[in-house]
Design a protein around this ligand. Sequence first.
Ligand SMILES: O=P(O)(O)OC[C@H]1O[C@H](O[C@H]2O[C@H](CO)[C@@H](O)[C@H](O)[C@H]2O)[C@H](O)[C@@H](O)[C@@H]1O
Length: 679
Amino acid sequence: MMSRSYTNLLDLAEGNFPVMSQPREKNRLTRVMTVPGVISEPDDDQDNSVSSDVPSSVNQDRIIIVANQLPVIAKRRPDNKGWNFSWDDYSLLLQLKDGLPEEMEILYVGSLRVDVDPNEQDEVSQHLLDKFKCVPAFLPPEIFTKFYHGFCKQHVWPLFHYMLPLSANHGGVNLKLLAMQQMLKQHPKWQGKAVLVQITNPARGTGKDLENTHDELKASCKRINEAFGQPGYEPIVFIDRPVSLGERVAYYTIAECVVVTAVRDGMNLTPYEYVACWQGVSESESSSESNGPKKSMLVVSEFIGCSPSLSGAIRVNPWNIEATAEAMNEAISMVDAEKQLRHEKHYRYVSSHDVAFWSRSFFQDMERTCKDHFRRRCWGIGLSFGFRVVALDPNFRKLSIDHMESVYLKSKNRAILLDYDGTVMPQTSHNKAPSAEVISIINTLSGDTKNTVFVVSGRGKESLDKWFSPCKKLGIAAEHGYFMRWSSDDKWEVCGQSSEFGWKEIAEPVMKLYTEATDGSSIETKESALVWHHRDADPSFGSSQAKEMLDHLESVLANEPVTVKRGQYIIEVKPQGLSKGVVAEKIFTSMAGSGRQADFVLCVGDDRSDEEMFEIISSAISSGILSSNTSVFACTVGQKPSKAKYYLDDPAEVVNMLQALAEASDPGSLTEYESDISL
Ligand SMILES: O=P(O)(O)OC[C@H]1O[C@H](O[C@H]2O[C@H](CO)[C@@H](O)[C@H](O)[C@H]2O)[C@H](O)[C@@H](O)[C@@H]1O
């Protein structure tokens, strides 16, 4: 069986698809004949080669969503002549658009759930494009089966979930049955009362392995029911037929608890659906006296995707049958007030993280990633395993110390903002205290009355205070600005916004979990923040643990007033609203407010947190806190993508550059310490 499908996605991306108002002939889509095992050439005369030029329509707001199935329902007309199409309101693809900008044009590419005769395919394609902005791929049934049940289910899914191509879910269910058996044994009070309704979707694949697992499940159910059943009572109800949404909702709304013990999953929506049902049912019955409390209890495997996001859930390692049995007992024994509190947590997450949220978040990530894509130049840097390709702005260049020094000399009100670790202090240095040379330079710079000099660091105030005690005029912003002090004579100001630290009780256990599993890692507790360090761990394991922990923390802290950031070998959780950018803004504002608007800004840092300082500079110019005539030297340490325009290679170059400025500074205002050093 042959099929004619539109193939050229790049054409679509460029906007080379028919416009509805064009005459019919021009609207014709380019197609290929699809025959199993044969890759055919397009049947059109036109040249389909892909141009390497930047697409002319690249700035148009169009998004192409490619999926297995289009979000449309196709039904044969009653007279059997052609098709009727309607939107599939339950399709996630359709809901995705709620998170995208309204003016965004959305084009769907995917297959239909029905087999369309090749003679009808042109007409159907045209209709779907005109009316639904859908581009169908007509896959002959045998190709579709190989693609979906073979390639997707047997190769891609197991590959992405580190599984052998067996049925994981039937992986995930026997453990649950064993846990139920254990609970009934350990807590006989539940015998005759507790029922586990196991809804198992019929396996999408076939084969001996699946049959064996299925038989094993049935045998477990039989064994448990025989051991604990009574007349009129069976502890396990095993449903292995397709269950409609309505029936599933009915089960959810009477369930005291939902247990998900999968050892791997993709996007398991069961816990979310259950939580939404409890909220919905209670709300719809709110006028009735019989309305019960909104409560949802979850026992979920720590290995599944939704586990970190539902902070009210009891998490278990499903391989630990005893612990899962205990968790199930705890869940159903819990008092209603506690169940309600947990439900509130679950619902807050579920209601704020809907499909629109995820599509918006994904779209924003994509926008951020692609912004300036065509302006940037790519460089290969590093060697061997350290080799990577980075995209840099063409204007990114090495800071010319001579040029900066000449501007420095001409300026009258200078703001100098210096990060500490990785900027004036090499990251690899064991002794973290600044050298006498650095102290001397910073003392000279801050002693010049034309200068406002700040060390802006993530470090705690005690160390910074001690290390820089000789620099009386130096300003210090510690813990990313949670503490700020304008000179050693001034008191520490505490950033007013952040006095709520209940989140530490959520973040710390997660960090401890990763610390136990990652040799060489440790937790640093600061007054306003928690930091997980992995510099001394195995480099690649530490870094992959850090990535996983970042996701984990972001999920469990989604409702807390904090941000989770990555730094040099660290993951840091700190209050929202605290950033080095805010510190920079405060300094510029204060200078402008006292009639000394900065005409020279030097801002140096190496890390992600320093990017926030660089970023604020342009908005400070547009808001007038800095002038458009201000000479700005935003400089990152190391050649890497940055918001800074300049770079220096390492802390040694930074110190040389600062030394040059110190030498060009007003010597009249040397402090006692500086005079001693000079002598
Ligand atoms: O803002 P900075 O001055 O760059 O400080 C950021 C973090 O500095 C400290 O961590 C760094 O130094 C550690 C060694 O002392 C090193 O192991 C780690 O990799 C560096 O990131 C500090 O411990 C953190 O709290 C600061 O946020």
